[in-house]
Design a protein around this ligand. Structure first.
Ligand code: FAD
Length: 432
């Protein structure tokens, strides 16, 4: 008899809630990772940074597992099919894992739970990727929060050391199933090609923690942690990071609260995946011009801060948060293109793509989300650039032709676009 520990977005041995519980289950534990065919099939660019990152993380974990005499079992396929096979190959008593709040993942887990139950095996999932989840932070009347500030206040109020304690998996390493090394498919065998990109390290720079508040809004500086991909795939523990943040920097800790917040929005309001959080915003008469969308994607709008952001995204798969807000706002308001188009483009390109944060960020920019700024507030990309990139360093890094004759004219005039956006929003909301 064995217990499986199913890795998903928690690719580490240390301080892993579900793994900790598996190791204390009384059964020898076999760790499992599935390259999900459904997800991989949907990726049309076969040079995928995220897949390369995951593959590297899997190899790294395998090195650690070999040192303790066990092995990661890696499969490729649709999870339910993989579990049908595993049930034939092993005497599985239980599967341990960590919660995932996306609709696809919840449906997948429900199907796997049912299959296991038909076969007399249990399914146990734990909170691991957030500090608080589900119903842990609710309003006084017991409903989920839909506005960040009171959520955050309650979050900080509830935070005690208990929630930041790490799970000491190491103490229980003897409980892994002893086995020879099991094979791991190469990227090529999975149908992908290496990007060969160095990823940002996992260390939290002391400088960052001390100066985050002052540096975080300036995209020319290395003023944010760039830990997003590690948080996305769990190669760093949220509890470890939050502990450091709590000791050093409230502003940084509060960004982690945003992360929890958007997870709970997705968990409680799954309609946001396809619709505006505020339903009436689904009525905005978007212009949705394909050629304009293309110019935005390529970073050829003639607004240098927008173009710098889009080119940074296209080249390295990451964009500074301030510029994510500016580019997103430009697409929704200046071009009147449905936020879902922009969301999908970011989803394809961002190495830290996370449905909850991406959807939250886009709905915020469109004004349709939880913390919607009034729709008549429209970012002025020129003023944003003056304020947050005053010397134009960030712009010149990504738009080398800026200030030369080669640079394109602005594709739309700001005041006209602003008024047009306000009128369209007004019309859409009046119709609702
Ligand atoms: P830091 O400033 O160092 O922040 C530390 C961590 O806090 C981040 O790694 C992230 O996990 C979390 N965080 C910070 N800001 C936010 C936020 N607003 N919402 C949720 N979590 C946050 N973040 C993603 O992780 N994935 C996405 O797909 C994503 N899409 C976005 C789309 C738009 C339109 C906008 C406006 C924001 C988006 N964000 C997304 C949030 C934010 O831009 C990134 O988390 C951040 O830029 C990542 O860089 P960093 O690790 O240096 O951040």
């Amino acid at each position: 008899p064995v217990a499986l520990f199913w890795y998903r977005r928690d690719l580490r041995l240390n301080d892993n809630a579900g793994l900790y519980h598996a190791l204390r289950s009384g059964f020898p534990v076999l760790p499992v990772f599935i390259f999900d065919q459904t997800i991989l099939d949907a990726l049309d660019d076969k040079h995928d940074r995220r897949l390369e990152f995951i593959h590297n993380a899997v190899l790294e974990m395998q090195r650690e597992f070999r040192e303790i005499g066990t092995s990661l079992l890696v499969r490729y396929g649709k999870p339910l099919d993989v579990y049908r096979d595993l049930l034939k190959e092993f005497d599985i008593q239980a599967v341990y894992t960590n919660y995932d709040y996306e609709v696809y993942a919840k449906d997948r887990d429900k199907a796997v739970t049912d299959l296991l139950s038909e076969n007399g095996a249990e399914f146990h999932a734990y909170k691991d990727q957030t500090i608080f989840d589900r119903d842990e932070i609710l309003t006084g009347s017991g409903s989920p929060y839909t506005v960040f500030t009171p959520y955050s206040r309650n979050w900080h109020h509830k935070l005690t050391d208990f929630y930041l304690k790490s799970y000491p998996t190491k103490k229980y390493y003897a409980n892994f199933l002893k086995t020879a090394a099991l094979p791991i498919p190469t990227l090529e065998e999975l149908g992908f090609k290496p990007v060969n990109e160095p990823f940002p390290g996992k260390t939290v720079r002391a400088f960052l923690l001390d100066h985050y508040k002052e540096t975080r809004d300036f995209p020319a500086l290395k003023g944010t942690s760039e830990l997003s991909i590690h948080l996305r795939f769990g190669t760093i523990s949220i509890r470890e990071l939050a502990r450091k943040a709590k000791e050093h920097n409230f502003t940084f800790l509060n960004e982690l609260v945003w992360r929890d917040f958007y997870f709970q929005v997705l968990d409680h309001f799954p309609h946001v995946e396809k619709h505006s959080f505020r339903r009436e915003y689904d009525r905005i008469p978007w212009r949705n011009h394909e050629d304009e969308f293309q110019r935005w994607c390529e970073g050829r709008t003639g607004y240098p801060i927008v173009d710098a952001g889009m080119r940074q995204l296209n080249e390295i798969g990451w964009m500074h948060n301030r510029v994510r807000m500016i580019t997103a706002s430009f697409l929704c308001k200046h071009l009147l293109i449905d936020w879902r188009w922009g969301e999908a483009y970011f989803a394809k390109k961002l190495r830290d793509y996370d449905l909850s944060a991406n959807n939250g960020g886009w709905q915020w920019a469109a004004g349709s989300g939880t913390d919607a700024a009034p729709y008549f507030r429209v970012f002025n990309p020129t003023l944003q650039a003056q304020k947050f990139d005053p010397k134009g360093e960030y712009i010149r890094r990504w738009v080398p032709e800026f200030n030369s004759l080669d640079y394109v004219e602005p594709m739309v005039e700001h005041t006209m676009a602003r008024n047009r956006a306000i009128e369209s929003y007004k019309k859409g909301l009046a119709a609702a």
